[in-house]
Design a protein. Structure first.
Length: 187
């Protein structure tokens, strides 16, 4: 009768395996919006959106990406040189899959809330035509590769510099100097 014990043992093992796998379904996975499984391996996608309707991706302050911006007038014309400083963030190369990876993505450069460039490098030459006469806010905002906005405490990870563009001015010796004058202020 040892063969019947072996058969019963084999059946019991199969029953346990089947019961165990039933408990491993999506019911134990964390829930996302609408009760479905959250597809995001990084952070939590919030209902908050930016001006273009892109959702915020909330991450903890510890290890969150950071960006700083510096904008200076270009001596050759009325344009501007933009330099970014990033921490815990790396720029994604062209062609990466559109999914969120911790601390990686692109930077959108905004002038007065309007996107003027999507950057994959820390430097950009801002044409004079994008910054008309007056005071403007130039913002660098971090985005994940899936288009979500990196956020901490419900606010986008970004930095803003205020600049004032004016017309060229003549100096006492008759030469002209570029009119733009930066008024730096990070937010």
């Amino acid at each position: 009768m040892s063969w019947s014990r072996a058969l019963l043992t084999a059946l019991a093992v199969c029953a346990l395996l089947l019961a165990g796998s039933a408990g491993c379904g999506s019911g134990d996975a964390p829930k996302g919006k609408g009760g479905g499984v959250s597809p995001s391996p990084v952070g939590k996608v919030l209902d908050n959106t930016d001006e273009q309707g892109r959702h915020y991706r909330e991450v903890s302050k510890s290890g969150a990406p950071e960006v700083g911006i510096e904008v200076e007038p270009d001596a050759a014309d009325d344009s501007w040189d933009v330099r970014l400083t990033v921490h815990d963030f790396r720029f994604s190369p062209v062609g990466v899959r559109p999914r969120a990876v911790a601390g990686r993505g692109t930077v959108r450069l905004l002038v007065d809330g309007r996107t003027v460039a999507r950057l994959r490098v820390p430097e950009y030459h801002l044409a004079a035509g994008l910054v008309p006469h007056g005071t403007h806010h130039v913002t660098a905002r971090l985005y994940a590769d899936d288009g979500t906005v990196w956020a901490v405490h419900g606010k986008p990870v970004q930095s803003t510099a205020d600049i004032t563009a004016s017309s060229t001015q003549a100096t006492p010796d008759g030469s002209e100097v570029p009119g733009p004058t930066p008024t730096q202020g990070e937010k």
